[in-house]
Design a protein around this ligand. Sequence first.
Ligand SMILES: [Zn+2]
Length: 114
Amino acid sequence: MRSTLWIACCLLLFAACKKSETTPPERIVPDQPETPVAIPATPEMTAQLAKADAKDGAVDKVVHRCAGCNLGMDGKALFPLAVGEYTMHFCKPKCLELFRKDAQKELLALKIPD
Ligand SMILES: [Zn+2]
């Protein structure tokens, strides 16, 4: 009778021990923000980008004006697209998507006012 109690006690302890030994849940690593993949730029595209970059008043390899709006709108850092060594900012996802799909065609078609 005594031994059964002892065994029961042991089992209880074992269970309690087992419970505390459960491995902590795996640390959830937040998803890395999508690293923008640079679209390769041809010399013609780079020339257009340089012109567009100069147009916003600061030659910093960032085209601040939205190329999707023919540089008529200010772009936002929220909608960036890396083309060659330049970063283009767009005013809205639609403009960004346009260039992401075919940056070469869109860039070369861009009429940059002198
Ligand atoms: Zn736009």
